[in-house]
Design a protein around this ligand. Structure first.
Ligand code: PAF
Length: 282
């Protein structure tokens, strides 16, 4: 695996591949890699000649200083994992390499997607995501880029950005990877205490029950039911639960047969914030 911290050197290397008509698949990450990331990389390997993975803990997308400070950093182990799935190129720049001396994000308009859910609770988060993903796309110029559906809102926002900027990059959304007990894989899971880890699968269990209820119950009945479930769970604090339309991410009040819906949830286990979502069938 080739490793770069310097964007000029990376660009130079990628140009050689491009000149040989090799397709580039890109998987952006913040490191602390787990099986979910590896599944994205394997998918990218199947469909592209060269796979580039970036590891960069992007400061501008964190609305919480402690979350940024405590974000797990496991570069040595990440490199081993990347080698185990035959990743071709790793780009792990410093903050200065990306932002120079101004660690600020640009402002983005994602046609309202940015005002829903995560956008309401994490101020400036999607400006930070837009800034870094756009910067990485400019450096790497991949043919395809791979994102997990756990961050479904992020995925829709990146698709919107690519469309609005008319970029020639195909955005691929990949299924959520789960632990055996259903907990969605996340780099933050390693920060959970033993007790928190034991209770965390309750989030997905609740979502699965929501999927069942969606056939027969109204949206408001389901909302109320979910809120009551979490009131009985002292170790988990519900930040939001929303049933939203997939395309616009607008909160649904009633079900319409021609629309696709998902249930989205954000929960605190102590100071650790976990998100998940599930596709619903009308
Ligand atoms: O999903 C993530 O890990 C991050 O938001 C991303 C896409 C790597 C941008 O920093």
């Amino acid at each position: 695996m080739k490793k770069f911290n310097d964007k000029k050197a990376l660009k130079h290397c990628l140009l050689e591949y491009k000149n040989k008509n090799k397709s580039i698949g890109f998987v952006p990450t913040m490191g602390a890699l787990h099986k979910g990331h590896l599944s994205l990389i394997k998918k990218a390997k199947e469909k592209n000649d060269v796979v580039v993975v970036s590891i960069f803990v992007n400061p501008t997308q964190f609305d919480n200083v402690e979350d940024l400070k405590k974000y797990p950093k496991t570069l040595k182990n990440d490199i081993k994992l990347l080698e185990s799935v035959s990743c071709d190129v790793l780009f792990s720049p410093s903050v200065e390499e990306i932002y120079a001396d101004k660690i600020v994000s640009k402002k983005f308009i994602f046609d309202g997607l940015e005002h829903q859910m995560e956008g309401k609770f994490r101020e400036g988060h999607f400006d930070g995501v837009g800034t870094i993903v756009n910067a990485l796309f400019e450096i790497i110029e991949p043919n395809k880029a791979y994102f997990g559906q756990k961050d479904f809102q992020q995925l829709q926002i990146i698709k919107k950005m690519v469309k609005k900027k008319n970029l020639a990059i195909k955005i691929k959304g990949c299924p959520i990877f789960r632990e055996k007990d259903g907990l969605a894989m996340s780099s933050r899971n390693v920060r959970l205490s033993k007790e928190q880890r034991e209770i965390a699968p309750f989030i997905f269990k609740t979502l699965k029950k929501v999927r069942k209820k969606f056939g027969t119950k109204s949206v408001s009945e389901i909302n109320e039911w979910v809120e009551n479930q979490f009131k009985k769970q002292p170790l988990l604090e519900l930040e939001y639960f929303t049933i939203a339309e997939e395309k616009t991410l607008e909160t649904a009040q009633i079900k319409e047969s021609n629309k696709k819906y998902r249930a989205f949830i954000a929960v605190f286990a102590g100071k650790i914030r976990l998100i998940d979502n599930i596709r619903l069938k009308n």
